[in-house]
Design a protein around this ligand. Sequence first.
Ligand code: CO8
Length: 262
Amino acid sequence: MGEFEFVRVESDPENPAVAVIRLDRPKMNALNAQVQGEIAAAAARVAGDDAVRAVVLYGGERVFAAGADVKEMAESDYADMATRSRALQDSFTAVARIPKPVIAAVTGYALGGGCELALCADFRVAADDAKLGQPEILLGIIPGAGGTQRLPRLVGPARAKDIIYTGRMVEADEALRIGLVDDTVPTADVYPTAVAMAARYANGPALALRAAKEAVDSGIDADLGTGLEIERLQFAGLFATEDQQTGMRSFIEHGPGQAQFT
Ligand code: CO8
C-alpha cells in the first residue's frame, strides 16, 4: 500500500481489509516533524481507501513510540513552536478522525507523543510489560498532541492530572485498571491480538461503523442535546444505505447476526 520514510502502510497478509500503520524510526520511533507529517499522510491514505475496513497502529515488537524527538524539539523556540504545534496536533487529529475502527498495538514504551498517538485509537492492546505515560513535565513542558484533552476524557481528570503532573510511567496493569488500555497480553501476542480485534470489525457494515464512531466521538465533545441530535442524524442517514437493507432483510429471513456486509 506504499511507504514513506519512517511510516509504512501495509495490509495484514491474512486480513487484507486490515491496514497497518507501522512506525519504523529506530531506535525508539521518536516522532520528529517528518514522522508527524507521514502519520498524517498515512491516516489520510487509510481513511480514503475503501478496501481498508479497520486499522492497526503499530510500532514494532520493541517499542510503540518514546514520544516527540526531544533532540529536534530542543532546537525550537516559542515562535517556531507556535507555528509547528498546529501541524503537530493536526497530524494526530487526522488519526483520531480515521472513520474506521482503529486499534493501537502497544509494545514497550508509549510515552509523550507516543501515548498521545495511542490515545487517538478507538482501542489499545498493550504488552503486559508496556509502559505508558506523559513525561513532558520532566522536560519542563506539557503534552502538546492531545494529552491534556484525550487522556482525561479516557481516564478522568484526576488520574490524568496525576499522570501529567508527575510524568511517571504507568505500568500495563495499572493502565488496564484505569481504562488507559483495553487489554494486556504477552508482547508476542500484541500484534496478532490487535489484528484479530480489527478483523472482527472489518466484516461489519462500514457506513454504520463510521456513523457509530462519529456519533460517539462528536457526542463526547458536545452537550447531551447536541449529542443526541448527532446520533439522530447519523441513525436516520443509515436508512439510505444498502447495509441497512442487507442487515434487516437478513434478520427477517435468517435470524440475528447472519448478515454478510460487503
Ligand atoms: N527523542 C529522541 N531520542 C530519544 C527519545 C526521544 N523521545 N527517546 C529515546 N531516545 C533515544 C535516546 O537518546 C537514545 O539514543 P542514543 O542511543 O543515540 O543515545 C536511544 O533512543 C535509546 O534510549 P535510552 O538509552 O534512553 O534507552 P532506555 O531503554 O534506557 O530508555 C526510554 C528508554 C525510557 C524511552 C527513555 O529513552 C526516555 O525516557 N525517553 C524520553 C521519553 C520522553 O521524554 N518522551 C516525551 C517526549 S516530549 C513529547 O513527546 C511531547 C509531545 C508533544 C508533541 C508530540 C508530537 C509527536
